[in-house]
Design a protein around this ligand. Sequence first.
Ligand SMILES: NC(=O)C1=CN([C@@H]2O[C@H](COP(=O)(O)OP(=O)(O)OC[C@H]3O[C@@H](n4cnc5c(N)ncnc54)[C@H](O)[C@@H]3O)[C@@H](O)[C@H]2O)C=CC1
Ligand SMILES: O=C([O-])CC(=O)C(=O)O
Length: 310
Amino acid sequence: MKVTIVGAGNVGATCADVISYRGIASEVVLVDIKEGFAEGKAMDIMQCATTTVFNTQLSGTTGDYSKTAGSDVVVITSGIPRKPGMTREELIGINAGIVKSVADNVLTHSPNAIIVVVSNPMDTMTYLTLKATGLPKHRVIGMGGALDSSRFKYFLSKALDKPANDVQGMVIGGHGDTTMIPLTRLASYNGVPVSNFLSQAELDKVAADTMVGGATLTGLLGTSAWYAPGASVAYLVDSILNDQKRMIPCSVFLEGEYGQEDICMGVPCIIGKNGIEKIVDVQLNDAEKALFAKSADAVRNMNADLKSVL
Ligand SMILES: NC(=O)C1=CN([C@@H]2O[C@H](COP(=O)(O)OP(=O)(O)OC[C@H]3O[C@@H](n4cnc5c(N)ncnc54)[C@H](O)[C@@H]3O)[C@@H](O)[C@H]2O)C=CC1
Ligand SMILES: O=C([O-])CC(=O)C(=O)O
């Protein structure tokens, strides 16, 4: 199985690294516009093959999309990341043009690929990719919810003082500092509701920390995060390539689901070899429904800025 990752920067290269050492794909191609950069990242990762022991064939190219031909999955991470103090939404001006041209290039050589959109503002970039390419909705998947949910489980595990892998939880809504919806009501510690162990104030803090998880890391690192983002993309790609049918919150085109239309936003999806195989309808309570509607308003406002590109 072949995966192309466009953008060999922090997130793209980390994703290539995780896909390789976990043997998720047999072939990975990294693409970047910076001369020699993707080739260098690919060579560096390939030189781990005998120490971390993997057989994935990873190569890099500076903009030669013929090398990406026949990819089963294409991941788009090309574009600029935010700096401390910025929102993801401020990246739209530069990233929209990049994402649109990259989507066109990859589809020329891999007309059947499933596209995973990572560049920010991710929900709007997913919507742009869907509209600009005309692909069916099951083949355009925005990655944000997998990452936000892993951060949610991290903060829950810290509050509970229990291992993260004993914690279940999900974040839906937009992938923005104010639009994410950590579903604390449904989170559990090995099936027991977390509200049995944490006060409302503690749960509210976990939710707030989760929502600004990306901004906190951007402040600490000077650019946005990449280890958890890269690993989250690899997790999603694994579910597609290996037809695992995991339930992962992803940004997907909604046509009435969760009360929304003509928008891409994070909702729980079954992810398998066909991409989005099913949108899972979780019964939200009235407060969660109101948050989802508010989140959709913000994402829709952002999408309006795409007029000049679409
Ligand atoms: N959806 C999510 O959960 C997350 C999204 N992101 C987003 O992912 C994007 C990438 O972040 P990083 O990897 O940290 O940035 P980075 O700056 O390290 O890497 C981006 C790479 O894209 C390349 N690039 C730019 N234009 C290109 C083009 N037309 N064709 C091919 N390559 C091109 C650049 O040369 C650079 O190497 C950002 O927009 C960031 O906000 C980052 C983390 C999580
Ligand atoms: O925070 C950012 O800008 C990058 C991102 O989407 C994340 O790490 O969640």
